[in-house]
Design a binder for this molecule. Structure first.
Ligand SMILES: CC(C)(COP(=O)(O)OP(=O)(O)OC[C@H]1O[C@@H](n2cnc3c(N)ncnc32)[C@H](O)[C@@H]1OP(=O)(O)O)[C@@H](O)C(=O)NCCC(=O)NCCS
Length: 181
């Protein structure tokens, strides 16, 4: 879906929040590689990001044309600094009340209140779209993210053992967290 707004972070800087556009495809591929390098709590190893520019453009088009999903990007002075996604769990009667959320900023932009602003924006849009609950999975040791999720009303509702396995063979668990909208 299409969305555009401006917010102000804790340092007083104006941050543009808008849906991804085709011109962002290259920046998004770079973002996936860098954020998955910077954080071991995101979904894959950086060398597993193998989408082409055309794949990414097709993905952006699907999200823009969707009536119930949003790929929200944050920009400071025109520079892409992070994402927060709203995704539908399913379209059937039994699933369409559920959405999932994913968020990550480049490390350099963490801790300025931008994550909270993005998450609140996406949750507000989710509610307007008629979703009944937002869900996410977060590694149990990712205390910063958990603090943010709890601050906006998510509650832990279970632990998924061994949700991620790293190349060295070690594993981590994740919490399932839910917020009723
Ligand atoms: C998790 C993430 C999105 C949070 O965004 P952020 O912009 O850094 O967080 P904010 O500055 O908006 O902080 C939001 C709240 O969480 C709290 N918080 C953030 N990081 C924290 C930390 N490391 N420890 C404790 N509390 C923390 C803040 O105190 C803040 O509370 P407040 O609004 O009452 O002041 C961001 O750090 C990030 O992208 N991390 C790497 C990727 C990642 O882990 N994504 C989540 C995967 S599930």
């Amino acid at each position: 879906m299409v969305f555009n707004t401006k917010v102000t972070d804790k340092t007083g800087k104006e941050i543009e929040l808008r849906n991804a556009e085709l011109k962002d495809a290259e920046a998004l591929l770079n973002y996936l590689k860098v954020t998955n390098t910077e954080s071991k709590y995101l979904i894959c190893e950086p060398d597993e990001i193998t989408m082409t520019l055309d794949d990414e453009k097709a993905f952006i088009t699907r999200k823009t044309e969707s009536e119930n999903e949003l790929l929200l990007l944050a920009f400071e002075d025109g520079k892409h600094i992070g994402n927060c996604s709203l995704m539908s769990v399913g379209t059937s009667t039994r699933y369409k009340h559920r959405c999932t959320i994913a968020i990550a900023l480049y490390k350099a932009y963490c801790g300025r209140g931008i994550g909270r602003l993005m998450l609140e924006t996406v949750l507000s849009e989710a509610k307007k779209l008629g979703y009944g609950q937002a869900e996410l999975e977060v590694v149990t040791e990712n205390l910063g993210a958990i603090a943010l999720y709890e601050a906006v009303g998510f509650v832990k509702c279970g632990v998924l053992p061994n949700s991620m396995k790293y190349r060295d063979g070690t594993t981590v668990d994740s919490y399932w967290m839910v917020k009723i909208l």
